[in-house]
Design a protein. Structure first.
Length: 163
């Protein structure tokens, strides 16, 4: 009987708090992956200027430029947390954490990341008039030459979201 009560409490905890501290792994490919990498890349201190420019050109539809053969671009971020409000509709912000830097964005820049994350399938959470999108372990792989083939491939992101 003692073990039965323990099991019932354990089951109850799992039912009531299934996602309290869990993260859901997500893979995003194609145009949403390119868009997510493109809106995060300008703020990354881990990317050089040439790679940032290449991603920007690809995202703008410019696929007619030289890029080193077999080279891929990696866009990573430790965490991205974006907040908007249903009450103060002018409030929008995103905090980005990279390996060696933190950045706080507001306004249009924050909205670009927030909206792109939503388009990529990152769900919002929140209560009392606030919406929060949280991404961790963002890792995007961009293959410019494959994107230049215009066959739908060349961009893939893996990330974790709050569940």
């Amino acid at each position: 009987m003692k073990h039965s009560l323990t099991r019932q409490l354990a089951v109850l905890a799992v039912v009531l708090f299934p996602a309290a501290a869990s993260a859901a792994p997500v893979t995003v490919t194609g145009n949403n992956a390119l868009a997510l990498a493109a809106v995060v890349a300008p703020y990354s201190s881990l990317l050089n200027g040439c790679d940032k420019k290449a991603i920007a050109r690809l995202f703008a539809g410019d696929t007619h430029f030289r890029f080193p053969a077999k080279k891929k671009i990696s866009v990573t971020a430790d965490t991205i947390v974006c907040r908007t409000s249903n009450v103060d509709i002018s409030a929008r912000s995103c905090n980005l954490t990279f390996k060696n830097a933190r950045l706080a964005l507001k306004g249009r820049e924050a909205n670009e990341i927030d909206a792109t994350a939503a388009a990529a399938g990152v769900a919002s959470e929140g209560a009392a008039g606030s919406n929060i999108q949280s991404i961790s372990k963002l890792n995007c792989s961009i293959d410019p030459h494959q994107i230049m083939e215009k066959a739908g491939g060349g961009a893939e992101c893996s990330l974790e979201t709050a569940q």
